[in-house]
Write a protein of this length. Structure first.
Length: 185
């Protein structure tokens, strides 16, 4: 099965018809090495840095056999304009690829493109940078359900009931332990 790479803006998808053959995700940790007399070097590990994603692909011309109107009806130049608008407007996008289990809220940090005159395709390289707080897909599904129905999502209700039951059994265990310790005293 061919992987699908998509940038979502709210509920509007921008699908890369030709998925990148290679992509790079950088995830690092804030760290520092300190030299201490009589101990040597000690590594101090801090908080994680934001993730960065880089990939290259191309936007096929409408004459190309790779062009797929159902997946992405934009001409290559219209696609570039749309990506530039997302970058310039500092829009929060969601990069998704089910095959690679990628779900990342991000911004477009850099967009580089080259028009291939012979074919009409546009080669692109795109750098994405992680946006602040990440949510899970289930959080987004819950939010969409609540926005469109005005009701609490059944999934969220189940999560709340499950959490309540966990807290209830945890408190019950602590109370029973406290009672046993008082009886022994």
């Amino acid at each position: 099965m061919r992987s699908i790479f998509m940038l979502l803006h709210d509920t509007e998808p921008f699908i890369f018809v030709i998925p990148p053959s290679d992509f790079k995700i950088t995830s690092s940790q804030n760290s520092e090495v300190v030299k201490i007399l009589d101990v040597g070097e000690v590594a101090l590990i801090g908080e994680k840095n934001i993730k960065k994603v880089n990939f290259s692909t191309f936007l096929p011309s409408k004459k190309s056999k790779f062009f797929n109107y159902l997946l992405n009806s934009h001409s290559p130049m219209a696609g570039i304009k749309k990506l530039e608008k997302y970058k310039d407007d500092k829009e929060i996008l969601t990069l998704t690829s089910a095959n690679y289990n990628i779900y990342l809220k991000c911004y477009i940090e850099q967009l580089e493109y080259e028009i291939v005159e012979k074919t009409g395709d546009i080669d692109i390289t795109i750098d994405l940078i992680e946006a602040g707080e990440q949510t899970t897909m289930i959080d987004d599904v819950n939010a969409l359900y609540e926005r469109y129905t005005g009701k609490t999502s059944p999934i969220k209700e189940y999560q709340l009931v499950e959490r309540f039951e966990d807290l209830k059994s945890e408190i019950k265990g602590k109370v029973q332990g406290k009672i046993k310790s008082l009886i022994k005293s």
